[in-house]
Design a protein around this ligand. Structure first.
Ligand code: FNR
Length: 372
């Protein structure tokens, strides 16, 4: 390619990860890379993908391939979105601005985390009309929650992804060992300090008393008392589709349907919350059996390459969320790195589709898979 020798960007996930490890300090790298406890859940996420093997079909005229999908009335280049990842400022000075620009250039939906390093309006401003969703950690304050929803809608985010698998923090041993808690120093509170409802609760503006802002954030961020009965509040405060992210249990899939979710994201948060958890890919088929096509079911946790995307979609997922890989791209080369990681995924997906005899997303199904 056109880069000078020695400056080449990585190709494989392992290379991106190791380059990111070399450019980031240990605290931020471990925060991104790590998970709960022994990180067994991170490992089973990968084992689950390995346990399904692709079984190509040949001589099917694969000269034309099309990976586009339509979700909630909008068409995207592939069934791939950038997962909500917190505090991207720890990976690169431009943080979410760089990731969002890379996503926008390729038409890939960017899902902005509630706890971003940049306010949601600033991120929207660099994206033009490109697709974006807003991930909600539901704060323990109805005014702030309603205000965040209003702002997301006004800034052109077209869906709300409500994350429900973080009532409290996971037991993350690397962060504990490193003494790393970026939130304690106010990283990730950009959407709060710019929020009128949040500011109204402070005696002095955050610019004058940053400590008070951090402490108010700390007191409303976690919301362990949330329950299904609270969901109508969200419906009342947004007209956007609401997806529930962090479903791993069939009963919860039933409840999500009963409470009117517009979509489900089967996810174990990339193994960051509960060690010893089931792999999301392993429960995907059961969740799909319950949902029976009534709403889109997306999935994440462990997707690393094109074949992984084909496996998840062939099992019935409507789309996948891609997490750590693009953050390593961001750490290594900013917007260019994120762009390269996504382009590599897309090219790998396209070539692997052809080599499996698959011409479109609609053609992906279980006949291309066998469980080892
Ligand atoms: C996350 N994830 C996450 N999820 C969410 O809903 N809101 C968030 O703010 C974050 N923050 C976050 C930070 C970091 C560093 C990581 C690695 C993950 C979870 C994320 O959206 C997604 O579920 C997983 O990353 C998917 O797993 P993979 O692709 O990383 O294996």
């Amino acid at each position: 390619m056109s880069q000078p020798a020695g400056q080449q960007l990585p190709v494989s996930y392992a290379e991106w990860e190791s380059r990111a490890r070399s450019v980031l300090a240990k605290g931020p790298f471990d925060y991104i890379d790590g998970g709960a406890g022994y990180e067994d859940t991170i490992r089973v996420n990968r084992e689950a993908f390995r346990s399904w093997r692709l079984q190509p079909q040949v001589l099917r005229n694969v000269s034309k391939r099309d990976a586009r999908v339509t979700l909630f009335g909008k068409t995207y280049p592939a069934p791939v979105m950038l997962a909500p990842i917190s505090i991207q400022g720890i990976a690169h000075p431009l943080g979410e601005l760089a990731s969002a620009r890379a996503a926008a250039a390729l038409g890939v939906p960017f899902i902005l985390s509630t706890v971003s390093s940049r306010p949601l309006e600033e991120v929207a401003a660099v994206m033009g009309n490109a697709p974006r969703w807003f991930q909600l950690f539901w704060p323990n304050d109805p005014d702030v929650t309603a205000s965040l929803l209003r702002r997301a809608e006004a800034a052109g985010y077209s869906a709300i992804v409500l994350t429900v698998d973080l009532p409290v923090y996971g037991w993350r041993e690397r962060d504990i060992r490193n003494g790393y808690n970026p939130f304690q120093v106010g990283e990730g509170i950009a959407n709060f300090v710019t929020d009128p409802a949040f500011r109204a609760k402070l005696r002095k503006p955050p610019e004058q008393d940053w400590q008070a802002a951090i402490s108010l954030f700390g007191s409303i961020f976690f919301h362990p008392s949330l329950s299904w009965a609270d969901l109508p509040f969200l419906r009342l405060h947004t007209k956007l589709p609401i997806l529930i992210k962090g479903i791993l249990n069939m009963q919860d899939a039933e409840l999500a349907l009963r409470y009117g979710a517009d979509g489900i994201v089967v996810s174990n948060h990339g193994g960051r919350q509960v060690d010893g958890e089931v792999a999301s890919l392993d429960v995907l088929p059961d969740v799909l059996d319950i949902v029976r096509g009534r709403i889109p079911v997306l999935m994440d946790s462990g997707i690393r390459n094109g074949p992984d995307v084909i496996k998840a979609i062939s099992l019935g997922a409507s789309a996948i969320l891609f997490g750590r890989p693009y953050i390593y791209g961001l750490a290594v080369a900013g917007e260019t790195g994120v762009g390269r990681v996504i382009q590599n995924l897309f090219t790998d997906l396209d070539l692997t589709m052809a080599n499996c005899g698959i011409r479109s997303i609609a053609e992906m199904n279980r006949t291309f898979l066998i469980r080892r």
